[in-house]
Design a protein around this ligand. Structure first.
Ligand code: KG4
Ligand code: ZN
Length: 328
């Protein structure tokens, strides 16, 4: 079963074809990073206009790269939330139109659930029950997944999301946007040794990164900041603090809930320090999607869509966008 996935939730215009929820036949992502970089972050209105320009060529390329025809597509899966309203609207409207034009069933997908399903594209199938750590630009969630579509949220961030913290830290250190890859690059080959705090929020599965960000800001305005190696030291120390908190809290929750595996997803899951630390310290198997499927893409939406379609879960044409949709 070949599913066309579409995602326009934030600043990437994405379309992909995935077979049987596990095999990526094509994965096209038109990034807007170069457009938003000059503003130091995403400008929603600019992003939605850019989606309008890119969406049809991106979908056509996804069909072409998969060497397939419309007649071979079995359904369309589209992100309806969470995300930026104007951006989501472009993907949902286009998906409805194509669904009508080609007489294809449609299913709306929660972007966070989509991130989780990037793990079905890793070549290994996750086993239930598993614990999902979703770490993206807007979320840091710990979610217990008992079976397909059955989620229980255990914890979330109380302030900044992990990706947001990386982006803000990069801005403090003058490393540009997006911050995650910039911090990772600056931290490369540096042993972290600056004292930065970790918020453990004991007794909960919640996270908090705003105190860490403020501590970094104080450090950056102190005398230490004039040492030439300060930026790489600060980047490495900040990254280590985020990685330790995410990993240790995830491992504790996984032990307590007696899951079989930990699966990680979202843009921050591309971070090599997180991948190494969590894999080396977890007594349970840890799965990560390939790095290019951690950040926003539509292959994960198509994979997730497949598991809805086989259960007969279809959406109607009156689906609307849900900018603050959560995972229940
Ligand atoms: O999942 P994603 O592409 O979009 C959202 O749904 O938010 O995540 C984007 C976030 C950004 O905050 C970005 O800085 C972060 O993921 N990110 C990383 C890395 N690559 C992307 N953070 C740390 N290390 C990375 N290598
Ligand atoms: Zn995302």
């Amino acid at each position: 079963m070949k599913i066309l996935g579409i995602d326009t939730s934030c600043d990437d215009t994405a379309a992909a074809i995935v077979e049987d929820g596990t095999v990526v036949l094509s994965n096209v992502v038109a990034s807007q990073i170069d457009i938003h970089r000059r503003y130091g972050g995403i400008v929603p209105e600019v992003a939605s206009r850019q989606h309008l320009l890119s969406i049809l060529p991106v979908i056509e390329n996804a069909i072409k790269n998969a060497q397939t025809r419309w007649a071979d597509i079995s359904g369309i899966a589209v992100t309806s939330g969470p995300g930026l309203a104007g951006c989501l609207l472009v993907g949902v409207s286009v998906a409805k139109s194509i669904s009508l034009a080609h007489n294809l069933p449609l299913v709306s997908i929660n972007h966070l659930e989509g991130h989780i399903y990037a793990n079905w594209l890793s070549g290994r199938q996750p086993e239930f029950p598993c614990l999902c750590l979703i770490v993206s630009g807007g979320h840091s969630d710990l979610v217990l997944m008992e079976s397909h579509g059955k989620f229980q949220k255990l914890g979330q961030t109380r302030d900044d999301a992990a990706g947001e913290a990386f982006d803000k830290a990069a801005r403090i250190l003058g490393l540009g946007y997006p911050g995650g890859p910039a911090i990772e690059e600056a931290a490369k080959d540096t042993t972290p040794n600056l004292p930065l705090p970790r918020a453990w929020l004991k007794g909960t599965d919640d996270f908090s990164f705003s105190g860490l960000k403020t501590a970094l800001l104080h450090l950056a305005s102190s005398s230490t900041a004039s040492i030439p190696s300060f930026v790489s030291q600060a980047a490495a120390s900040f990254q280590q603090a985020v990685v330790e908190v995410l990993s240790i809290k995830t491992i504790e929750a996984a032990k307590r809930t007696r899951v079989k595996q930990i699966i990680v997803s979202g843009g921050v899951a591309a971070n090599r320090a997180l991948r190494n630390f969590l894999s080396h310290n977890s007594p349970l198997p840890v799965l990560f999607p390939p790095p290019h499927l951690c950040t926003d893409n539509a292959a994960m939406i198509a994979a997730c869509g497949y598991f809805h379609f086989i259960k007969g879960e279809l959406s109607r044409y009156d689906i609307d966008v849900s900018p603050s949709l959560s995972l229940n």
